[in-house]
Ligand binder design. Structure first.
Ligand SMILES: Cc1cc2nc3c(=O)[nH]c(=O)nc-3n(C[C@H](O)[C@H](O)[C@H](O)COP(=O)(O)OP(=O)(O)OC[C@H]3O[C@@H](n4cnc5c(N)ncnc54)[C@H](O)[C@@H]3O)c2cc1C
Length: 417
C-alpha cells in the first residue's frame, strides 16, 4: 500500500449515496475519507419522502401525456413549474428528456432500472446492521391512490408493465385501499398496492447513523468542500478542498446535483438539472399511515415518519440555490387534506431540496473512462433513497475489481458524450 496517500478512497458528498458507499467500504475492511461541507444527509437525502419504491422503473414524466405536461406548466399550483427565466438554460435538458421518453428508449431505460431495482430493499440490510439502524426501514409496501379514473387507468397499465418486470403490483378497490389505510376518505377511484416497497422512517437521522458507523470504523467525515480534482503526476488523485489538498488513490464523485462542477472541468458532459422538490413536515398530523401513500394525481407522497407525517413531492425547475417558494409545500397539504380529512397542519415546517436530475432519469454509476481511479455515482433523481444501497454494493464491486452482477452500460456517464 502506498503510504503517501492521505486515504486510499476519498468520497465527495455525504448524502445517502456517498454514505452508503462508505459503509459498504467499511464492511469490506476499507476506510474512507468523506468530504462534505454540510455534514451527513443534509440536502436531498434529508428531506425526501422516504419511499423505497422498487417498482418505480419509469420516469415520472411518462405518467402524463405531452399535452398534460403543458397543462401542468400553466397551473401555478400544479405539480410542475419552471421558474421564469430558467427555461432557456433548461431547454437542451428538456429536449433530451423528451427523447428519452420515446417508446423505444423508455422501454430500454425501464429494463435497465428494473435490473438495478431488483434487490433495493434487501441491499440495505447489511448496511443497516453495521450502523445498528435496522429500525429505520420498515417494509410494509406502499399504496398509490388515484382520484381520477384516467389516472387509475394509467397506473393500471404501468402496473402491468411493472409486473412483467417482476415487481408486485395489485390493483385495489377503494374499499380494499381503506382496509390497508383506514384514515383515507372516499374521494378516489381506486389504487395500486406495491407489496415490495418500504419506507424510511427518518432519512436525515439514518444519514447520521451511517456516518457514525463510518467514523467508528476508522473513516473520517471532513467538513470541506472539494473544489477541484487533478490527476497526480505520480499516480492517484489530488483533491483540492476549501482547506487543503488531499491525496487519494481513487476518488468517488457522489455530490448529488453538484457533481457536474467537479467533472465538467475534466472533460465529462454532465447534463444535470435542478429538479427541486418540497416537503411539508406535520409534527402532529392527527392521523397515521401504515405505509407511504402516493397521491397519483398530485404527484406527491405522504409518509408517516418518526417525527410526524411528511408530505413530499412536486417538481420545480429553478437554479439550485434560488430561494424556496414555501407556497409549493403548502399546496401539498391542501391536496392531501382532500383524501385525509382529519389532517392537522399545526406547527408544520416547509422544506425544499434539489433532486440531481439527468434527462433519462437513470443514475450515472461507474468508472470514468479515460481517468484511472476516478469513479462516480450521482443523478439518482427521484430514486436516490431507493437506489442507494444497491448503488453502494455495485460501486463496492467496481472498486474491488469484481464483475458487477448487472450490466452497468446503461448507467455509464459516457452515454451523454
Ligand atoms: C422532495 C423530495 C422527495 C424525494 N422523495 C424520494 C423518495 O421518496 N424516495 C427516493 O428514493 N428518493 C426520493 N427523493 C430523491 C432523493 O432524495 C435523492 O435522489 C437522493 O437524496 C440523492 O442523494 P445524493 O447523495 O446523490 O444527493 P444529496 O443528498 O444532495 O447529497 C449530495 C451531497 O454532496 C455534497 N456536496 C456537493 N458539492 C460538494 C463538494 N464540492 N464537495 C463536497 N461535498 C459536496 C452536498 O453538501 C450534499 O450533502 C426525493 C427528493 C426530494 C427533493
Amino acid at each position: 500500500m502506498d503510504t503517501s496517500f492521505d486515504t486510499q478512497t476519498l468520497i465527495i458528498g455525504a448524502g445517502i449515496i456517498g454514505l452508503t458507499i462508505a459503509v459498504d467500504q467499511h464492511l469490506r475492511g476499507q476506510t474512507v475519507v468523506l468530504l462534505d461541507p454540510d455534514g451527513p444527509s443534509s440536502r436531498a437525502s434529508y428531506g425526501n419522502a422516504g419511499y423505497l419504491s422498487p417498482a418505480s422503473i419509469f420516469p415520472p414524466a411518462s405518467y402524463v401525456s405531452a399535452t398534460g405536461l403543458l397543462r401542468m406548466l400553466v397551473q401555478p399550483s400544479g405539480p410542475l413549474v419552471i421558474r421564469p427565466g430558467h427555461l432557456p438554460s433548461l431547454l437542451p435538458w428538456l429536449l433530451r428528456m423528451l427523447r428519452a421518453n420515446q417508446p423505444h428508449q423508455r422501454q430500454a431505460g425501464a429494463k435497465a432500472v428494473a435490473a438495478l431495482h431488483r434487490n433495493v430493499v434487501a441491499d440495505y440490510a447489511p448496511l443497516l446492521r453495521a450502523a445498528e439502524a435496522e429500525e429505520f426501514i420498515d417494509a410494509q409496501g406502499a399504496l398509490a391512490i388515484c382520484a381520477s379514473p384516467a389516472m387509475l387507468e394509467t397506473y393500471r397499465k404501468k402496473a402491468g408493465e411493472q409486473q412483467a418486470h417482476g415487481f408486485a403490483c395489485e390493483t385495489v378497490s377503494p374499499d380494499r385501499a381503506r382496509e390497508l389505510e383506514p384514515v383515507l376518505g372516499d374521494t378516489f377511484a381506486g389504487g395500486i398496492y406495491f407489496a415490495d416497497a418500504a419506507r424510511c422512517v427518518d432519512p436525515g437521522e439514518l444519514g447520521v447513523r451511517l456516518a457514525a458507523c463510518v467514523t467508528k470504523g476508522g473513516g473520517q467525515l471532513v467538513r470541506h468542500a472539494a473544489t477541484r480534482l487533478r490527476p497526480a503526476p505520480e499516480g492517484g488523485w489530488l483533491v483540492d478542498s476549501t482547506e487543503r489538498t488531499w491525496r487519494a488513490r481513487r476518488v468517488i464523485v457522489a455530490a448529488g446535483r453538484w457533481s457536474d462542477r467537479l467533472l465538467t472541468p475534466l472533460g465529462y458532459r454532465v447534463p444535470l438539472a435542478s429538479e427541486r422538490g418540497y416537503h411539508l413536515m406535520l409534527p402532529t398530523p392527527g392521523v397515521s399511515l401504515n405505509r407511504p401513500i402516493i397521491f397519483a394525481d398530485g404527484f406527491f407522497t405522504a409518509t408517516t415518519m418518526r417525527r410526524g407525517m411528511r408530505l413530499a413531492g412536486t417538481a420545480e425547475f429553478a437554479d439550485a440555490d434560488a430561494p424556496m417558494d414555501a407556497k409549493r409545500a403548502w399546496i401539498l397539504y391542501e391536496q392531501a387534506r382532500q383524501h385525509l380529512p382529519e389532517l392537522d397542519a399545526s406547527g408544520a415546517v416547509p422544506w425544499m431540496g434539489v433532486r440531481p436530475a439527468l434527462p433519462d432519469a437513470r443514475p450515472a454509476l461507474g468508472q470514468a473512462r479515460g481517468h484511472e481511479g476516478l469513479y462516480y455515482c450521482f443523478g439518482n433523481h427521484y430514486q436516490g433513497m431507493t437506489q442507494a444501497a444497491t448503488c453502494a454494493r455495485l460501486m463496492g464491486k467496481l472498486l474491488a475489481g469484481e464483475t458487477p452482477d448487472i450490466d452497468l452500460a446503461p448507467f455509464d456517464l459516457n452515454r451523454f458524450q
